[in-house]
Design a binder for this molecule. Structure first.
Ligand SMILES: Cc1cc2nc3c(=O)[nH]c(=O)nc-3n(C[C@H](O)[C@H](O)[C@H](O)COP(=O)(O)OP(=O)(O)OC[C@H]3O[C@@H](n4cnc5c(N)ncnc54)[C@H](O)[C@@H]3O)c2cc1C
Length: 383
C-alpha cells in the first residue's frame, strides 16, 4: 500500500518503520522544517521497551539514556532541602529507559526507512471508497491507500477527517526549552515549586545544555502561539532562578508549549484514516506515559494491518489498545494533578514528604505502592 503518515514525533517514525518493513511505501510528512529536537526527558516503560527491541533500536536508545542520578528540591533561594537518589524515586524496572525526547525522535527517524517530507502539512483530505486524496499546504497532491494521523495532541488530520477535537483540559500548561547549563548540574534534576507554578531543570553534565521545564496552572483557552508571553506572565516575580530562565526562554529556538490536556477520541478510525499516538489518546504532556503509548500503538497498528484487511485491521488495533490506553490515561490524570502545584499548604505538605522520605524506614515500600499502578498500566498489553 501507499501510506501517508502525518507527523514525525514518536508515533510517526515508529509506525513508518514497521510498515516499511512489511513492504509498504511509506511517506512521512512533518510540518516542522526539520526534525524537532526539543523536549524534556521522556520515559519508555514496560511494553514500550519491547517495541524498541523489536525495532532493533533498543541498544541505541539505552546508550542515549539520561543516566539521571538524583533529584534535588530547592527553596526560593536555591537552597536544596531534599535530595533523592534517582533509583529510589524513578522505580525503573527491567528494560525501562529515560531518554531526551529529541534523542528518541532522532533514533526513530533514522530507523524508519521511509521517505520524509519536512516543512509541509495536509491542507485538505478527501476519503473516498478506493483511496484518500490529499492536498498539501505546499500545493502538492497525493493519493494514498491509508493515512495515519500521528500529528499529536492538536492533530489537524483528526479535525479534517473526524471534524472534532476531543480535548479535556487538566488545568495547566507546560513549556520546555534548552539553555546553557548555568546551574552546573550533572545528571541531576532540580525542582522548585511555588503556588500554581513548577520549574524543573536537567542536564547530563556541567558542559551539556540544560533542559528547563515550566508548568503553571491555568484555565482552558490559552493559544499555543502566545506560549512565551503566557509563561513570562505566569512566572513573573518567581523565586529561585526564574528571572534568568525567563530571559533564556526568550531566545530559545526549541521552545515547546502546550496545554496539559488529554485526548479522548471516541473512535480512532474513519474510512481509510486512522489515529495514532497522542492524536488518538494523549494522556497529557508530562503524564509520563505518552511516549510509551505512542510506541506501543505504532507496533499494534502495524501488526493489525499485517494480519487483517482494512477496516478490520483498525477495529483489531483499537480493540487491543483500548484497555491499555484506559489504564494509562487514568494514571496520566493523577500524574498531572500531582505535577501542577496547588497552594502554599499543599506545597509545604509535599515538601515535608520529600524531605522526610529518605529517613522513612520503609521508603522502598512507600515508593513501590505509589508506582504499582504505573507498572501495571505500562504492561497492560500483550505484544
Ligand atoms: C517538540 C516537542 C517536545 C515535546 N516535549 C515533551 C516533553 O518534554 N514531555 C512530554 O511529556 N511530552 C513532550 N512532547 C509530547 C510527546 O512527545 C508526546 O506526548 C508523545 O511522545 C507521543 O508522540 P506523538 O508522536 O503521538 O506526538 P508528538 O511527539 O507530539 O509528535 C507530533 C508531530 O506531528 C507534527 N505535526 C503537528 N501538526 C502537524 C501537521 N498538521 N502536519 C504535519 N505534522 C504535524 C509535530 O510537529 C510533531 O513533530 C513533546 C512534543 C513535541 C512535538
Amino acid at each position: 500500500m501507499d501510506i501517508l503518515v502525518v507527523g514525525s514525533g514518536v508515533a510517526g517514525p515508529a509506525v513508518a518503520h514497521f510498515l516499511t518493513r512489511q513492504g509498504h511505501d511509506v511517506t512521512v510528512v512533518e510540518r516542522a522544517p526539520s526534525l524537532r529536537s526539543g523536549g524534556y526527558k521522556v520515559d519508555v516503560r514496560g511494553a514500550a521497551a519491547t517495541v524498541l527491541h523489536r525495532m532493533g533500536v533498543y541498544d541505541q536508545a539505552k546508550a542515549a539514556d539520561t543516566g539521571m542520578r538524583r533529584i534535588t528540591y530547592v527553596n526560593r533561594h536555591g537552597k536544596g532541602f531534599a535530595e533523592l537518589p534517582a533509583d529510589l524515586i524513578m522505580g525503573r524496572r527491567d528494560d525501562d529507559l529515560e531518554v531526551m525526547r529529541g534523542d528518541l525522535g532522532r533514533i526513530l527517524h533514522d530507523a524508519a526507512g521511509a521517505a520524509f517530507v519536512f516543512g509541509d502539512a495536509i491542507a485538505e483530505l478527501h476519503d473516498g471508497p478506493d483511496a484518500v486524496d490529499v492536498t498539501f499546504a505546499g500545493g502538492r497532491t497525493g493519493r494514498y491507500d491509508l493515512v495515519v494521523a500521528a500529528d499529536g495532541l492538536h492533530s489537524a488530520t483528526r479535525r479534517l477527517a473526524f471534524g472534532e477535537q476531543p480535548l479535556a483540559h487538566l488545568g495547566g500548561y507546560i513549556s520546555i526549552f534548552t539553555m546553557p547549563n548555568t546551574l552546573g548540574i550533572d545528571h541531576e534534576e532540580v525542582m522548585f515549586s511555588e503556588p500554581g507554578r513548577l520549574t524543573f531543570a536537567y542536564a547530563r553534565g556541567p558542559a551539556e545544555p540544560m533542559h528547563v521545564g515550566m508548568i503553571f496552572a491555568g484555565p482552558a483557552g490559552h493559544e499555543r502561539r502566545d506560549g512565551k508571553r503566557l509563561v513570562a506572565d505566569a512566572f513573573a516575580g518567581g523565586g529561585w532562578r526564574t528571572g534568568e530562565f525567563l530571559s533564556a526562554m526568550e531566545g530559545a529556538d526549541d521552545f515547546y508549549f502546550d496545554s496539559l490536556s488529554q485526548v479522548e477520541a471516541p473512535r480512532w478510525s474513519s474510512g481509510r484514516v486512522v489515529l495514532l499516538g497522542d492524536a488518538a489518546h494523549c494522556p497529557a504532556p508530562s503524564s509520563g506515559q505518552g511516549t510509551s503509548l505512542a510506541l506501543v500503538g505504532a507496533y499494534v497498528l502495524a501488526d493489525s494491518l499485517a494480519s487483517h484487511p482494512v477496516p478490520e485491521a483498525f477495529a483489531a488495533y483499537e480493540e487491543r489498545m483500548r484497555p491499555y490506553v484506559a489504564k494509562n490515561m487514568e494514571f496520566g490524570r493523577k500524574m498531572v494533578k500531582d505535577m501542577v502545584p496547588g497552594g502554599r499548604l499543599a506545597i509545604a505538605f509535599r515538601n515535608y514528604g520529600m524531605r522526610t522520605l529518605k529517613f522513612h524506614p520503609k521508603k522502598e515500600q512507600v515508593i513501590e505502592k505509589v508506582l504499582a499502578p504505573l507498572r501495571e498500566a505500562a504492561n497492560a498489553v500483550t505484544l
